[in-house]
Each structure stands twice: as C-alpha cells, then as structure tokens.
Write a protein that binds this ligand. Structure first.
Ligand SMILES: *Cc1c(COP(=O)(O)O)cnc(C)c1O
Length: 454
C-alpha cells in the first residue's frame, strides 16, 4: 500500500484506540496505571506515525482491522472505474460521520414522540427529509435501505397476487425480485434498435398484456439510465403513456439521483427511487423513495393493527417500511454528504464532457468501439475492445488478465479482471488530470502491444 495511505490508517486507528480509553473511563476519565501507560504509548507511537506521514516513509505495521479484514485503500491509491462505485465514493464529511455515529442506534438519542426516524430533529433528520423531497421535486420522501428496498415498498403497496408490472428489458434484477416477492409477475418492455426504451415500445407492451390477460399492468418501472449500457431512456414520454392508461410510473434513478439534476414533476413520475450508495456519496445501505401527494397515503401506510392480547398499537409506524429504516451511521453520512451532492449535480454537464472526451480518446485505439449510445449522455459506458486488447489476449500467456495487470501497474482499477471483449467503466468524479492520465494509460498499453493508435 502507498505509505502515506498506510500511515494515515495507522494514525486514524491510533486515535480510535485513544478514544477507546476515553470511553472506558467515562465519565470521570481518571486513568489507572495500565490505561495511562497505554495512553502514553499510543500517543508516542502516533507522533512517530505523523512524522512518517510527513516524510512519506516507514514500514507497514497494520494490515488488518481485525481477523482477516484487510484495510481498503482503493480510493486512496487508484483511479477506480468500477461502474457501480464511482458515485457512492464518500465525501470527507461522510467519513467523519461514520466515525462519530457508528454506534448502533446512534441517531435515537433525541427520538421522542411520535417515535419515527423521519421526525427526529436532532440531528436534523426531519429537515433532511424535506430537503430531499425538494431535491427531487416530489411531495413526500423516505430514506430506505437502497433502491431495491424502494422497489419492494412500492411493489408491496401496489401489487397483488397475479398482477403484472412492466419493467425494461434492461431493468435491474432487484426490481424483478421485488415484484416476484409480492406474488405479482413482471414482463419486459423491449429495447428498440438503438437499445432505448421508448414510449412506443411501452404502449405496445401495455396493449399486448391487455390483449393477453384482459387487464392492464399495475405498475411501469423504467430506469432513466440503465445499468447495462448507461443509455438514457425516454422516461418523460413513458410516464405520459403510463398515465394515459392510468398506470403509476416508477422512475428508477439509481444512476441519476445524486449525480445529475432530477425533477420528479417535470418527468411526471409517481415514484422516484434513488440509490444513495450508488449515486449520493453515501455508505450502504442507503437509498431514496419519493412520491406524490396522491400516492403517499398508500405506500407510506401507517399501521392499524392491534395486539389481541396486549391491546398494543404501534402509533404512526409505516407498515411497508417496517417502521424506521436507515438508522445510525449510514443515514448521518448520507446527510453529511448531501450539501456537496446538491452542488455536484450542477456540474453534470462537465462530467458528461469528460466522459465524452475520454471515450473519444479511447476510440483512437484501433479496434476499439463503444456499445453504449453515442455521444455519451452519462459517465458509465460499455466499451468493446474485441478488435484490440482481446486480440492481444488470444496469444498472451496471462490471457485477458494482461489488461487488468497493465492497468493495475498504472494504478487503475475497476474493470472486471480478465475482460477484454466488452466491459463497463465509469469516469464519474475524475478530475481532468485524472481523465488525461487514464487516456494516456490506455494509449500506452495499446502501443506497448503494437496496437495502432490514430
Ligand atoms: C444499482 C442499481 C439498482 C440497485 O440499487 P441498490 O441501491 O443497491 O438497491 C437498481 N436499479 C438500477 C438501474 C441500478 O443500477
């Protein structure tokens, strides 16, 4: 590991060990001899570690956090192109939140009547919920444990046994599972010849289902940007068609909410779902489920049951959410990142510009092509190097792994090891300098294997 990254971890861990002594001696903080000695020893070693950080020298002392759990320094050491990881990389504020709010139910210190997560005022969770609703321009919002839990909540509330829901041919598996779990069925809206889900294809599918089953689908869910190609789908047009048939429309913003502006009203969505650990600089498991006045009563239905023995009731706990959702550090980290997230969506055009710039350079390598739509409207792209790197792989003793190795050598990670035909990469959040470094690395690798570069 890079020695500064290594030593930074050592210093952080030393501080946590000091913090442990504070905790063990609360509230008077009178240290016994053993504790005092340990305190001094940690402090002395920490001073040394700080010097090592300054000089960028030293030996690695720690490899594991605990038994076999390695330190993770991908984001400190590499350019990470992993398609699902770029938008979820934490801000410094989120990392600070993790250390301060890591204890179990840490957000419950000031949870008073009516005892619900989204009503907590300190830390400002209630305020965060209103800001989040404003952010996606919807009336009601809840934080959920990932986009998939958002799908499940909507499916639970809207679908009954035997109902049909439409998803895209490129819909996420977890959406299919959410529908299946509510004993409904999913059918796919096929892509058009450009691998786009269109209002026309949606209407055809609605009609097909209607003809076949004599009933209409109960829900239509389409990703704005899909995970397979990173293509943009006409969600606004699809929402319009859905509403012509009076079918609720779910906008899947796993790859959009938190990295680009999303306006639920403009789209005409009944549900907006986001993945905070994918696109809002948040730790897992976090996501967003937003809806309109019309649907909030249904999907955020409160409990009505009563204990037949105890006579207990559960207040205003929301049934499909199982009451409180994301407690503790993940929520506070998501909140801590939010001010930056609100700002960063304004820079989306620049992110797309960088994406297109990189792709243009990538295409100078002879035999490379792009599977995703062009020009790029997103930073996640599926590329094809069957005619370049895969040719090298055919005769290389490391086979397809050579590309992974060459990239690793240059501190670039995130492309599936062994893949040389088609693979995805995401340039979200890279600086122009990093983009140029990346472009250069690919060119260098191509040239070193005698692949032509235009
Ligand atoms: C990643 C992804 C999901 C799942 O998101 P989670 O927050 O991990 O549940 C759903 N849909 C799409 C399109 C995705 O890309």
């Amino acid at each position: 590991m890079n020695i500064r990254a290594q030593k930074t971890y050592e210093a952080l861990f030393a501080l946590e060990d000091l913090r442990e002594i504070l905790r063990a001696t609360a509230p008077v903080h009178e240290l016994n001899d053993e504790q005092q000695e340990r305190f001094n020893k940690i402090l002395k070693s920490l001073r040394g570690t700080l010097d090592e950080i300054e000089k960028g020298r030293g030996e690695s002392k720690i490899r594991y956090i605990a038994d076999k759990i390695e330190l993770r320094s991908k984001e400190e050491e590499y350019i990470n192109l992993n398609p699902i990881q770029s938008g979820g990389r934490l801000t410094a504020e989120a990392r600070k939140a993790l250390i301060a709010y890591g204890d179990g139910y840490s957000v419950c210190d000031y949870c008073f009547k009516p005892f619900r997560l989204d009503h907590i005022k300190r830390p400002p969770i209630q305020e965060f919920h209103s800001e989040l609703a404003e952010f996606v321009n919807m009336e009601a919002v809840r934080v959920v444990r990932g986009a998939r839990r958002g799908f499940q909540i909507v499916a639970n509330a809207l679908l009954d046994k035997g109902d049909i829901a439409l998803i895209a041919e490129v819909g996420h598996y977890s959406l299919g599972l959410a529908i299946e779990a509510s004993r409904a069925e999913w059918r796919e809206i096929p892509l058009n010849e450009n691998r786009i889900v269109t209002p026309e294809k949606t209407q055809e599918k609605i009609e097909m289902v209607k003809k076949e089953t004599r009933k209409l689908p109960k829900l239509i869910a389409v990703p704005h940007i899909d995970y397979m190609y990173g293509n943009e789908h006409d969600v606004k047009g699809i929402a319009k068609i859905a509403h012509e048939y009076d079918i609720p429309f779910l906008y899947n913003g796993a790859y959009t909410v938190g990295i680009m502006p999303v306006d639920g009203k403009k789209i005409g969505a009944d549900f907006i779902i986001g993945s905070a650990h994918k696109s809002m600089a948040s730790p897992a498991p976090t996501g967003v489920l937003a809806t309109t006045e019309e649907f909030m009563g249904r999907i955020f239905k409160t409990t009505r049951s009563k204990g037949d023995v105890s006579g207990r009731k559960f207040g205003i706990k929301e049934v499909y959410l199982l009451g409180c959702t994301v407690m503790g550090a993940p929520l506070i980290a998501m909140m801590a990142s939010f001010p930056r997230v609100k700002e960063r969506v304004k820079n989306w055009d620049e992110e797309v510009k960088k994406s297109n710039y990189f792709i243009r350079e990538f295409l100078r390598i002879e035999g490379n092509s792009i599977v995703s739509e062009m020009p790029r409207k997103h930073t996640m792209t599926k590329v094809d190097s069957t005619g370049s790197f895969d040719k090298v792989a055919q005769t290389h003793k490391k086979k397809g792994y050579f590309l992974h190795n060459e990239l690793s050598k240059r501190k670039i990670t995130g492309i599936i090891p062994g893949a040389t035909k088609q693979y995805k990469l995401n340039t979200y959040g890279l600086s122009w300098d990093q983009i140029k470094y990346l472009e250069n690395a690919f060119r260098e690798i191509a040239e070193s294997y005698k692949i032509g570069v235009r």
